[in-house]
Design a protein around this ligand. Sequence first.
Ligand SMILES: NC(=O)c1ccc[n+]([C@@H]2O[C@H](COP(=O)([O-])OP(=O)(O)OC[C@H]3O[C@@H](n4cnc5c(N)ncnc54)[C@H](OP(=O)(O)O)[C@@H]3O)[C@@H](O)[C@H]2O)c1
Length: 345
Amino acid sequence: MIKVGIVGASGYTGVELVKLIACHPNATIGAVTSNTYKDQSLTDIFPAMRGFENLVCEALDIDALAKKTDVVFLALPHKISMEHAPRFLERGVKVIDLSADFRFSNAKAYESAYQTHSAKDILKKSVYGLSEIYRNQIKECEIVGNPGCYPTSILLPLIPLLENGLIRTKGIICDSKSGVSGAGRSLSLAAHFCEANESFTPYKVGNHRHTPEIEELLSLHAKENLHITFVPHLLPLTRGMLSTIYVQALDTVAEKDIRKTYEKYYEQEAFIRIFRKDAFPQIAYVKGTNCCDIGFHFDESSKQITIISAIDNLLKGAAGQAVQNMNILFGLDEKQGLDIIQGAL
Ligand SMILES: NC(=O)c1ccc[n+]([C@@H]2O[C@H](COP(=O)([O-])OP(=O)(O)OC[C@H]3O[C@@H](n4cnc5c(N)ncnc54)[C@H](OP(=O)(O)O)[C@@H]3O)[C@@H](O)[C@H]2O)c1
């Protein structure tokens, strides 16, 4: 049994990790932490979590945690993760970090969007945890930088098209919408019920922190420096994320080329579902699953491709993909602990 520590179990992604690991056939929870809720059980923090009365949060003590875990999930805000990750690695504990701290290969790109990186040596060793694309590197690594939720919903549909040279690299527009849990559990005015309910709000237009993460990865797969227009929106939903992506196909490309590329690229992937012609993903289909659903419309006369992708931001966009990465790290079937959950509809 793999012994797992969940650091930041009182947060939204942390509690999703607790639920997933509790049902995992080859992993067990060694410890959960929360500084705010120290000595309180998961059931005290989340009354809906009946049956977790004995799972009590401890304050974060790295030595104590390292003794009882093989791997830790850091479900922490950025900056805090990079303070702790090196200390776990020094003690032989693998790290799957859900923050942005270990997602970039270029420290300058990270620093342009966040703050000074204080663990650049570790950053060099970390592998970007987009499971379907980087599983071979993840297998061999000690630390995974789990992708952001918006990047996951954008990179999975775009990488196959870029790698196969089917689309133009200029003028890519990503119009994305997220449920409110994407902002985490800590209080903020934008996430206030009266601000979010019955509204639909663009935010951080032109300067969202996920833009450099998406651009770094797309550029790598396109083999050229690439810039996108990324516009995130807040939806009055608890969870779920949908991205509508507008790209231009090359003149020689036909609809069948795009379909064939997707079907071949993701043929073996349990969590990527390519939709048939004229059918499109919806948030309700992926809610509660680790799936990324992808559908597209191709306009033959203009060569415009409109791609729709949907994920559950807390699962494929965070905790689900993190568990998928743990399975890869420990040589398990990637679906373990994740195949029991199904879409709501
Ligand atoms: N929400 C999403 O959909 C999503 C998707 C992808 C990635 N992420 C990323 O995943 C990470 C966690 O997100 P979340 O939504 O779960 O956040 P959250 O709900 O706000 O939870 C944050 C957790 O971090 C802990 N924490 C905060 N400051 C801390 C500190 N100084 N030292 C130790 N623990 C501290 C909190 O614990 P206590 O206050 O109880 O100690 C809490 O458990 C973030 O980096 C986020 O960007 C989130």
